[in-house]
Design a protein around this ligand. Structure first.
Ligand code: 1HN
Length: 358
């Protein structure tokens, strides 16, 4: 390793007392630098900020703009060749890092009729939120689930998963993974399974029927960290939002909102990612809100805007948008709208560092 012996050249001007202090300090920093040490007092203010200033930027990807580009990928490469044919949604402030927020990966995956995305598993957990098409399946730990728009599908860490499209239409969904979080901890493992597709031993809807119906299989093992459910279908969840709306259970910031829960514990569906589905009635003008979990939203139905301090994001169906950590925002709906959202809130709560405010 190179040891710095650099010394400051004397300046032309006669050195004043301040220059002298700076030069002496710099000389000292160089000397301790040779031992891989640095002065905390030079970096302290950047480390212990008075409030979060996210490195991520607010951003919306309009589906009408990106849909033709996703279709083009279908002609460029097969799902098999790509392993997963995904366009990464890169936060504009974090280009090249495969991140939508500072802690979450997001991407749009295309699977063409007849294609198979081969079976693998990894330490990162994934969710799919279905945007377009109908009838492709995902198989998770032996349960094959046919996916429809609005479905929220879980692939918990180390669960084997493969996808296939047996329909006659292309299918597009949003993938969100806790990849940056897992990689931050340097705890990623991955492997391919021997067979391209898993042999599926459980019927479609099996996990929801067993665990999400107010009964539990007698003597069942409990899943404390991950939800036992594979697919929280839109068909089941959407009407609940109408019930909340009819009853007037409408949060002034979030609208009529449900949280996707692990039915065994009532906790989050995954330990690293937490998701909600919210209905904003027509004309909804949400109050200001902010929280420390940078959040990825999907507009499922309707039309509206999300106003941040210095940016307004406009959204309509299948648009994906990001609100970074601790940035103040308010939703406005010009039509009755449904928003899906997902963030790293469970991690922050587990660590005791999650905060919200207005
Ligand atoms: C992955 O395994 C999938 O299984 C999708 O569909 C996106 C992005 C990064 C790493 C692994 C999938 C992914 C991914």
């Amino acid at each position: 390793m190179a040891v710095s012996t650099a010394q400051k050249k004397p300046t032309a001007k006669a050195p004043g007392p301040k220059d002298n202090v700076d030069a002496i300090r710099q000389g000292y920093y160089d000397r301790i630098g040779a031992y891989d040490m640095a002065p905390l007092w030079e970096v302290l203010k950047g480390l212990v900020v008075t409030e979060p200033k996210s490195v991520a930027a607010p951003k919306v990807w309009h589906y009408k703009d990106v849909r033709p580009l996703i279709a083009e990928a279908g002609e460029l490469i097969t799902a098999k060749e790509a392993e997963r044919r995904v366009l990464v949604l890169e936060n504009p402030a974090l280009r090249g890092k495969s991140r939508a927020t500072n802690t979450l990966f997001a991407g749009l995956q295309l699977i063409m009729p007849g294609e198979i995305a081969p079976a693998h598993r990894h330490s990162a957990s994934a969710i799919r939120f279905v945007l377009d098409g109908e009838g492709a399946y995902t198989a998770v730990e032996g349960e094959k689930s046919i996916m429809k728009p609005g479905d929220f599908v879980i692939t918990a860490n180390w669960d084997a998963h493969d996808h296939g499209n047996t329909s006659d239409k292309p299918m597009v969904w949003l993938d969100v993974l806790d990849l940056p979080t897992v990689n931050f901890f340097e705890s990623m493992f991955a492997e391919h399974l021997d067979d391209e597709a898993q042999t599926t031993g459980r019927e479609d809807g099996d996990s929801m029927a067993r665990y999400g119906s107010g009964v539990l299989p007698d003597g069942a093992v409990t899943f404390s960290k991950k939800t036992p459910i594979v697919n929280y279908t839109y068909e089941r969840t959407r009407p609940i939002l109408d019930r909340l709306k009819r009853a007037g259970d409408i949060d002034k910031r979030h609208g009529a909102r449900v949280r996707y829960a692990n039915p065994v514990t009532g906790g989050w569906a995954l330990p690293t990612m937490g998701a909600h589905l919210a209905l904003l009635p027509k004309g909804f003008e949400g109050e200001n809100y902010r929280s420390t979990d940078g959040t990825i939203f999907v507009c499922v139905e309707g039309k509206g805007t999300t106003k941040l301090d210095d940016k307004t994001l406009e959204w309509s169906p299948n648009d994906v948008f990001v609100v970074p950590s601790w940035q103040r925002y308010a939703h406005n709906a010009t039509e009755e709208s449904v928003l899906f959202s997902i963030s790293d809130r469970p991690v922050q709560e587990a660590l005791g560092i999650w905060r919200e405010g207005n």
